[in-house]
Design a protein around this ligand. Structure first.
Ligand SMILES: Cc1ncc(C[n+]2csc(CCOP(=O)(O)OP(=O)(O)O)c2C)c(N)n1
Length: 645
């Protein structure tokens, strides 16, 4: 039996000797490598926090003390130490462990939002609540990476935490110098200066010899630490930063020396007010393939980079072509150069790409500034992360009618990253923005086409949204309807029963739906709108010629394209019914993209069943009485997921 198998919770850790902890750390790394290379997930970040997480759980008393992981992608070791080692093989699989902390999984998990830079705000509020409720024996621990520390929210929190002198709050800065890529910006340069100082080793030695001699309890002990820090400060200047904010600072600590981490954390714990513990770690430690990976230290397995054949790569290729033709086109990424497909553009035009750190809000308003300065910025961002820059999009870009193109990768169902990663909101919130134009390409050729159209728009913002993964086959239009592509007319001999409008790749699913419906004598016209905002007015006339309008979109059903189509038709007094098939307005779990789409009823087969039932309900002579005829059969079949006979 391994040591890890004996750990049922943090209490079991506290019994182990230093030698056993070293063995345990090795076992954890083995499990991480073996599991994550099989299941997919975040490998580099977790390999880097093994000793640190052990130390946190030995010093603090979870769940009485609350541990908050910023972003949460580095919480696998925490999972292994909090009773989930046996289930770890199910990581990120449907029904298995999630890839982030999960409140339903464990009482040790508090925050499951995987959007970065929030931990210090959660921690600030939580610590204040403990103070106000008189729970003076509880400490809040926030673990935040140097990447997440580039986000504005983290600094808004620090500003407030510095003033909350009573908060029992320990902020651990896990500084590995990397975000997805080397962390950029002034803060990163400060931190890097500490790490690369030739005297850093000296400092670590100094702490190692000084800390064990420090007094055992209370503020005097912190005073000693403080003097240690002052000593460091004398030789390494940049860390004045935290102190100038009025925050107590301990560090830098070698994050792979468990004993040193424990010493620092115990002293921070005993201080009784807000303290920053600055820990230096190596991303990917213990796995050469990660340590030596020059792109992102195997931040994620498989790599999140834009592999050939993916939507991200198709976008990246076209950006390169546009870059050659249009010197005014620049690109912005919020710490995700490779995953968003911008790497080739960056290599070709290094002066025309801005990595702003994990700072989506800044990215958008900075794009507004670039546009005001006569450039056309392309903000390449994952759909789910645009949410936090909604106000900037609305007020800073759209109100000023600025030509900024948002390229939203991972729009719609993303899969194993779960609820906070599904890009199911942008299609609705962008519908609210006056003057915004939204394109949804169905295939690779349309990515190129629509991106080119988007960067030609000079009087307002545009969005190009596409999903995660491999792009499918190409389908050409058979005719045009206004600016839209008609992909299929009703099969020979069948009337225009259903006008199926499929946004993005859902237009291709629509073709399969049409085939299935033709088998049941239902004629379907399949249209790809290309632009889902503004809704093409040619739909009005087309809707009047059909008995039912069906909209299919990979986005939440509330307020998306389907609602916009319905509104347009109502405004024109068209009384043909509109049915929208999209994602339920819920937080959807993890699973493969296919599994999640199936659960939402969005596979072609499920769509065909539901549309058949809807047509049957509206057929002359049809009745809603469940005891009668074909309507009932089709409805029931749809519910049971079996084909309509
Ligand atoms: C708001 C937001 N933008 C982007 C991301 C994507 N993302 C996940 S982890 C990560 C890098 C985090 O770096 P750091 O905090 O230093 O942690 P490390 O992985 O280095 O341990 C990024 C950019 C995110 N989770 N949230």
């Amino acid at each position: 039996m391994t040591l890890l198998e004996c750990i049922n919770g943090p209490e079991d850790l506290k019994e182990l000797s230093q030698d056993q902890l070293t063995i345990l750390a090795g076992e954890i790394r083995d499990v991480l490598i073996e599991t994550v290379t099989r299941t997919s997930g975040h490998l580099g970040p977790n390999l880097g926090v093994v000793e640190l997480t052990i130390a946190v759980h030995r010093v603090f008393d979870s769940p009485k003390d609350r541990i908050i992981f910023d972003t949460g992608h580095q919480a696998y070791v925490h999972k292994l130490l909090t009773g989930r080692a046996a289930a770890f093989g199910t990581l990120r699989q449907r029904g298995g462990l999630t890839g982030y902390p999960s409140r339903t999984e464990s009482e040790h998990d508090l925050v499951e939002n995987s959007h970065a830079s929030t931990s210090l705000s959660y921690a600030d509020g939580l610590a204040k609540a403990f103070t106000l409720r008189g729970e003076a024996d509880r400490t809040v621990v926030a673990i935040i990476g140097d990447g997440a520390l580039t986000g504005g929210m983290a600094w808004e929190a620090l500003n407030n935490i510095a003033a909350a002198k009573d908060s029992r709050l320990v902020m651990i800065v896990n500084d590995n110098g990397w975000s997805y890529q080397p962390t950029i910006g002034g803060l990163a340069e400060h931190l890097a200066a500490i790490r690369v100082s030739p005297r850093y080793e000296h400092v670590l030695d100094y702490i190692k010899t000084t800390l064990p001699r420090a007094p055992l309890v209370g503020p005097p002990l912190y005073g000693t630490l403080h003097r240690v820090k002052k000593g460091i400060k004398d030789v390494i200047q940049p860390q004045v930063m935290f102190e100038d904010l009025g925050l107590k600072y301990v560090g830098p600590i070698d994050g792979h020396d468990e004993r040193m981490c424990e010493h620092a954390l115990r002293r921070a714990h005993d201080f009784g007010g807000p303290v920053i513990v600055h820990v230096i770690t190596k991303k990917g430690l213990g796995y050469p393939a990660a340590e030596q990976n020059e792109i992102d230290c195997l931040h994620q397995v498989p790599a999140a980079g834009a592999a050939p054949g993916t939507w991200s790569r198709v976008f990246g290729d076209e950006m390169l072509a546009i870059g050659a033709r249009r010197p005014d086109v620049v690109a912005i990424t919020a710490a995700m150069l490779h995953p968003t497909g911008l790497a080739q553009f960056a290599a070709a035009y290094p002066d025309r790409v801005y990595d702003v750190g994990i700072a989506e809000q800044h990215a958008v308003t900075s794009a507004a500034g670039l546009a005001m300065g006569g450039l056309h910025p392309v903000v390449a961002i994952y759909s789910t992360f645009l949410n936090r820059a909604f106000d900037q999009t609305l007020m800073d870009v759209a109100l000023h009618q600025l030509p900024v193109t948002f390229v939203l990768d991972r729009a719609g169902v993303t899969g194993p990253d779960g609820a906070s990663h599904h890009g199911m909101w942008d299609g609705s919130i962008m519908q609210l923005v006056p003057g915004m134009k939204i394109a949804a390409p169905r295939d690779a050729k349309r990515v190129a086409e629509l991106l080119n159209e988007a960067v030609e728009v000079a009087d307002g913002p545009t969005v190009v949204r596409f999903p995660k993964g491999q792009v499918g086959g190409e389908v050409e239009a058979t005719s045009k309807l206004g600016g839209m592509d008609v992909l299929r007319a009703p099969a020979a001999g069948l009337g225009p029963d259903v006008l199926l409008v499929g946004a993005g790749p859902m237009a291709l699913s629509g073709l399969e739906v049409a085939d299935r419906l033709a088998d049941h004598g239902i004629g379907v016209t399949v249209v790809d709108p290309r632009w889902t905002k503004p809704v093409d007015e040619a739909l009005v006339g087309a809707a009047r010629q059909h008995r039912l309008v069906v909209v299919v979109e990979d986005n939440g059903r509330a307020g998306g394209f389907g609602d916009a189509v319905g509104r347009l038709l109502r405004d024109h007094d068209v009384d043909v019914p509109v049915k929208t098939f999209g994602l339920p307005q819920e937080f959807l779990c993890h699973g493969t993209r296919e599994e999640v789409l199936e659960e939402a009823g969005l596979t072609p087969q499920q769509l065909a069943l539901q549309v058949t039932a809807a047509v049957a309900r509206r057929s002359p002579g049809a009745t809603l009485d469940p005891d009668e005829g074909g309507v009932r059969d089709a409805d029931e079949a749809a519910q049971e997921g079996r084909p309509v006979e």
